[in-house]
Design a protein around this ligand. Sequence first.
Ligand SMILES: [Zn+2]
Length: 335
Amino acid sequence: MVYRRNTAIFLLSVFLFLSFQLFARGRSESVSPHSSGEDSGLDVPGIYGQEEDAPPSGSAGNMENTPPSRGEQVMKALAAAYPEAIGGAEYRDGDWAVRLRGVWYYYAGGRLLTGEFRSRSGEYDPQPFYNYPENLPPWREPSQEDAERFRSMARSRRSTPGKRAQFFFDDLWRSHDRAESYERVKSLRFLGHSVLVHYSILEELSLVEEKILAEAKTSAEVRRWIDSLETLTGWNWRTIADTQSRSFHAYGAAIDLLPRSLGGMETYWLWTAERSPEWWAVPYSRRFHPPEAVIKAFENYGFVWGGKWTFFDTMHFEYRPELLLLGGLSIEAHR
Ligand SMILES: [Zn+2]
């Protein structure tokens, strides 16, 4: 999805950045170092718990000194992130909404539902629309309280697997079932490996690769990381482990980059959890992290990195420009 996103996104980024200074900053600090992730499917106090779902006061929430509601922030970020598919965001019928290829989707507390499904919002978990942090929050030892929270999250994850409303993203990627999704993927050569990805992010990934190769000219660390790569996985029709929610791999909008050897480091919380019940206490120094320049290259073109999630997945990148915009980051204009 390559667009002329220069001016519009730049202005929106500035707007979001400024309007989030007071609100988002308080939020993200309160959850460090554990933000939320694809694989949580669970409420993480400090992120979801603080989302404001109430409609804005006033007709459109644009009155002076009235902070934008979470619904307004999310829907405006989505409109800016996918301008080819989504018309502008607007407040209608009592909620913020975007028009995706002619169909109105309402915020519905993060569930993104059409008018038909709004009355059934209780049947679905919200999608986690979080403020993606620019930097990995500084490591701190989990407290007793954190540990108890993680234990109870792991328990409820198993007993009540989440089911997110996925209508919006199914429509956005035009991938409603396995066969349709497979129709949309193309094979891409990426750093010497073949990987299946959604056709609409081919250019973004090519630009990420170009940037990584440019970094490799001056960075031995980046060269070593490229040489270490063994398996790249993009499209994979599946749900998130232990949940009923679609993984972004199912759209070909996520990519895993695994090295030949992890050298004893951890990369995916669920693999770690199989050996160590206290997977959350594994410090960054024992997690396999790609070089900073690689992470930034992906982020520059709209991808988030799973290493910043509570339920860490350090091999994983997925195309979520709306989360970068919510975090006040800008996405490189490349046209
Ligand atoms: Zn992945």
